[in-house]
Design a protein around this ligand. Structure first.
Ligand SMILES: *[C@@H]1O[C@H](CO)[C@@H](O)[C@H](O)[C@H]1NC(C)=O
Length: 157
């Protein structure tokens, strides 16, 4: 695939995710915000599985076990949150992973940057840096560049 085709595929995935999500869940978090977090994490590649770099993370949103546990251990239908592998099965599933992110934000959204509102700028910091480390900006790098490009394109904020 050419780079342009790859971008189109990943934007399409993000938009489909955003649309389905907006319908299913109501609008507490801009679905495009969720889509751009997915883009920044993995190009929103739904085939992303588990990897270990400095930490162990899984799926298109690059979720860690701790993040998933803090979100209340969402699971696929009929799965048991205490079963070994329940985390991986959820995190590697686009919809379960998206639900995990939404639940994490419902529980832990704060005004990280002190501008008086809970916006996608806060959510993306919380996603990348964690719920108690979001008062600083996300370091320059691939994640931030991809997020900003996506957010600009989809007019998120
Ligand atoms: C998505 O990820 C899978 C698994 O890592 C990889 O094989 C595939 O090429 C990726 N797809 C795109 C469009 O980048």
């Amino acid at each position: 695939m050419s780079p342009l085709q790859r971008i189109l595929v990943s934007v399409t995935v993000a938009l489909v995710l955003a649309m389905l999500y907006g319908k299913a869940q109501g609008a507490e978090m801009d679905p495009n915000c969720l889509g751009c977090m997915c883009e920044a994490s993995s190009n929103c590649n739904a085939s992303t599985l588990c990897h270990t770099s400095s930490t162990y993370f899984c799926g298109p949103f690059h979720l860690t076990w701790a993040y998933w546990a803090d979100a209340g251990k969402p699971v696929l239908q009929h799965d048991n949150p205490d079963r070994k592998g329940a985390f991986e099965n959820c995190a590697n599933d686009l919809y379960c992973a998206a639900e995990t992110v939404k639940q994490y934000m419902r529980l832990f959204a704060t005004d990280c940057d002190g501008d008086g509102v809970h916006s996608c700028k806060d959510y993306v910091r919380i996603h990348k840096l964690g719920k108690s480390a979001c008062t600083v900006p996300i370091p320059r790098g691939d994640f931030l560049t991809k997020f900003e490009t996506c957010a600009h394109r989809l007019n998120v904020f």
